[in-house]
Design a binder for this molecule. Structure first.
Ligand SMILES: [Mg+2]
Length: 441
């Protein structure tokens, strides 16, 4: 090669490396390498869940095999297909620690075809598992790799789901069967959804005694299930507000109150709910209005006198940016296993912090969603509250993970073991299980 050709080749290479957002071929090929990806849908425990394990050739660290644990929730077989049929081609044989490179490459490839559903859920599960691997290899909790800690204890509130919420439709016969619709629950221990409507003051008293600083009710769900969300009569509004009034009467201001409307209501109905909730002084109302239009959300927030949380139903970072720009939210709610994992959650929390808007971490969707939220909260000053469902932690998570999350005095202590803080129970990953898939080198 003559000197001119050599200079041209070098400048071309420089141009390509600077101009292309696609990672360089060799950069993600170092190692330890990803050698296998396993997924399973635990139908008999949480049928909406996709449990993911990513295996490497790193062997063991501290006597523990290096395996990444992640998850996502909702149409799990679709997310599994994205992972095995599409993403595995990039991941298998690649550097398990090249998290940013994999995130950006998969994001660019999947959004080239408009993929913001199962694709984002699969990417989220991969990202959480890769952060877990990075933590195990570094022999540090994930929050340490994110620059934490910013706190020792993460404040949590109790969302009033019951043990059967999100479990199986067979065992929850009152459920209409669609994720996000929930069920009205039944009398019994930890049936917080049922109790929050039928004996709300007793439930609030119990939660206050346990040290919780906040509780979230879904007291308008029944109205929606009965008649839809377009119109609420004054009587319907009184029905949804009554549990809040009973709680205030019994425990006063000793616990913060929140309402989740699950995106069920039209603007007219949401206005009536807001009117009724004003006297309750909730910490926030969440998704009483469907988050379909940023303009509608901004107008709604401007005309009511109740703080608004928006919304785990958003996925792309730019959706959050639009909401923040439009001043449509007092809080942003993020689900780490929907928006693109720990990587994307941290970016969105950074974005919200620019606007002085606190971040809330969503849960209700599985143990690694909760642990991902806890790890981000441990490393990000902008996180105000982590959602938890004590019924799930007590009844479902022991069937799924090897070290349960503990809530004490309204807080979760940040995890101390290397990685994300727990591992899937190995017995969930049986090749003969009908929900099991594996891709390997
Ligand atoms: Mg919600």
């Amino acid at each position: 090669m003559n000197q001119l050709h050599k200079m041209t080749a070098e400048s071309n290479a420089l141009f390509v490396s600077r101009a292309s957002s696609v990672p360089q071929e060799h950069a993600y090929r170092r190692g330890p390498r990803i050698v296998a990806i396993e997924t399973v849908v635990p139908h008999d425990i949480m049928p909406g869940l996709l449990a993911v394990r990513i295996h490497t050739d790193a062997g063991s660290v501290g006597g523990v095999p290096v395996i990444g644990h992640g998850e996502t929730y909702y149409i799990p077989t679709a997310a599994a297909a994205v992972l095995h049929d599409f993403m595995s081609h990039r991941l298998l044989g690649s550097d398990a620690r090249a998290i940013e490179s994999h995130w950006r490459f998969l994001f660019e490839r999947m959004t080239a075809f408009g993929g913001t559903g199962a694709e984002f859920r699969a990417l989220s599960a991969v990202d959480v598992a890769l952060w877990d691997i990075a933590g195990q290899l570094a022999e540090q909790p994930v929050w340490r790799l994110l620059g934490g800690p910013v706190r020792d204890l993460v404040p949590v509130y109790n969302s009033c789901g019951g043990p059967l919420y999100g479990r199986t439709n067979r065992q929850a016969p009152t459920s209409v069967g669609w994720p996000g619709h929930g069920d009205s629950g039944q009398p019994g221990p930890l049936e917080d959804n049922y109790a929050s409507v039928h004996t709300p003051a007793d439930l609030a008293e119990e939660l206050v005694q346990l040290g919780y600083k906040g509780m979230k009710l879904w007291s308008f769900d029944a109205v929606y299930r009965r008649q839809g969300g377009h119109f609420l009569s004054a009587k319907d509004v009184r029905e949804g507000i009554a549990p809040f009034e009973q709680i205030r009467e019994r425990v006063g201001d000793s616990i913060e109150l929140m309402l989740d409307g699950h995106g069920f209501f039209s603007l007219a109905a949401a206005r009536r709910i807001a009117e009724g909730m004003r006297a309750i002084r909730p910490l926030w109302m969440e998704d009483v209005l469907r988050p379909d239009s940023v303009e509608a959300m901004a107008a709604f927030r401007a005309e009511i006198d109740v703080p608004i949380a928006v919304s785990e139903m958003l996925i792309m970072a730019d959706h959050y940016r639009q909401v923040l720009d439009a001043r449509a939210a007092d809080y942003v709610m993020i689900d780490p296993t929907w928006v693109g994992g720990i990587t994307a959650t941290r970016r969105i929390a950074d974005l919200a912090q620019l606007y002085n808007v606190p971040t809330l971490m969503h849960d209700c969707t599985g143990p690694f969603t909760l642990l991902a939220g806890i790890n981000v909260a441990a490393a990000h000053c902008g996180v105000a509250f982590q959602e938890t469902v004590r019924a799930h932690i007590a009844t479902l998570y022991p069937l799924l993970i090897d070290e349960n999350v503990k809530i004490a005095d309204g807080h979760i202590a940040i995890p101390t073991r290397p990685g994300i803080g727990a591992r899937w129970l190995p017995e969930l990953f049986q090749p003969e299980h009908p929900g099991y898939r594996r891709s390997s080198l």
